[in-house]
Design a protein around this ligand. Structure first.
Ligand SMILES: Nc1ncnc2c1ncn2[C@@H]1O[C@H](COP(=O)(O)OP(=O)(O)O)[C@@H](O)[C@H]1O
Ligand SMILES: [Mg+2]
Length: 314
């Protein structure tokens, strides 16, 4: 079996490291080559039996939908979710509507289409205003958290203007942040040890959530604790809802979910259907390590789950 590791053309240092490391891991067991997602992609990829998909910059608005769609058309099997599931996760509002329908707890939210202005706000409540179709904390600053109508209006307008997207206004959950990683499918679906993201060691005055600033400039001072310091009751809730969500979104092979915890209640915030796999740095590799899987084990497990899924006809 010959495997193509499909990656975006433009890679930052971390992504470059990810692509090289995935190749290194797969070459332990299979023949493999790097294949960029460029204009020659359709022709190049036809020479392979299977794809390990790492492309999430396929288009301006629809990011990770392209490679899976093309591979489905060509009949070439690939790792991770298909375009349908990626689309459900690309828009946080869509994901939240699905969570609500399936009774998976998610913060209360409002939706403001481009041009719409918030008219009322519950006194004493705190909200976070976000662009629904971004990632990597783009559009999230300390000002995104609002406690009065004027500030909310300003942030909603900012999202409309800066991102040309509707604005998602969500109840701000002041509590612990965790990330839940899943690996496998169906009966073999496994929730990895839960990763706690502890912001308490950040410099005084800095926000205690993943703003763009914190995510990109304070990684070193963010404290990652795995397994998370949570009760057994909370852990069981997280595992139950994370598996349910994986299933209702028809996710495949691996995914990662952001969750906030307040008291004993868990609130699912978003789903990353194609989380990054940078050695050491990425959340999911930290979780795998706590489960006893070295980086190469994790990559080969993802691939083996995908192969097994196609053998099973799913
Ligand atoms: N409802 C919320 N309550 C508390 N913090 C939130 C909420 N929504 C987002 N955040 C904070 O903002 C960060 C980024 O938001 P998220 O929705 O995960 O967007 P992204 O796709 O950019 O990761 C989260 O990791 C969390 O720290
Ligand atoms: Mg997130």
């Amino acid at each position: 079996m010959k495997i193509a590791i499909v990656h975006d053309l433009e890679l930052n240092d971390e992504e470059f490291k990810m692509v090289e490391s995935v190749k290194n891991a797969i070459s332990k067991k299979f023949k493999c080559e790097l294949v960029p997602f460029d204009e020659k992609f359709i022709n190049n990829v036809k020479n392979f039996d299977f794809v390990f998909n790492l492309s999430n910059k396929g288009g301006k608005e629809t990011k990770q939908l392209h490679v899976p769609s093309i591979l489905d058309k060509l009949g070439i099997p690939y790792t991770a979710s298909n375009a349908y599931s990626h689309a459900l996760c690309l828009d946080k509002i869509t994901t939240k509507i699905i969570m609500n329908f399936h009774n998976i707890p998610t913060p209360l939210f409002m939706y403001f289409d481009i041009g719409e202005v918030p008219e009322v706000m519950d006194e004493g409540k705190v909200y976070i205003v976000k662009p629904p179709r971004e990632g990597s904390a783009r559009g999230i600053t300390r000002e995104s958290v609002v406690d009065n109508l004027e500030a909310m209006r300003k942030q909603v307008k900012k999202i409309h203007e800066e991102f040309k997207q509707p604005a998602l206004v969500e109840e701000f959950i002041d509590g612990m942040e965790v990330s839940v990683g899943l690996l496998g499918n169906g009966e073999d679906l496994e929730v990895l040890p839960i990763l706690e993201i502890d912001f308490s060691k950040l410099p005084e005055g800095l926000e205690r959530f993943y703003s763009y600033e914190v995510k990109h400039n304070y990684g070193e001072q963010t404290n990652y604790v795995c397994p998370a310091r949570i009760s057994n009751e909370v852990k069981q809730k997280l595992e139950f809802y994370a598996k349910k969500l994986f299933k209702v979104l028809s996710l495949k092979d691996y995914a990662r979910m952001d969750v906030r915890i307040r008291g004993n209640e868990v609130y699912f915030i978003e789903v990353n259907s194609l989380p990054q796999l940078v050695p050491v740095y990425s959340d999911i590799t930290k979780m795998a390590k706590a489960a006893g899987y070295e980086y190469d084990d994790l990559i080969l497990k993802i691939l083996e789950h995908a192969i097994k899924r196609y053998e099973g006809g799913k």
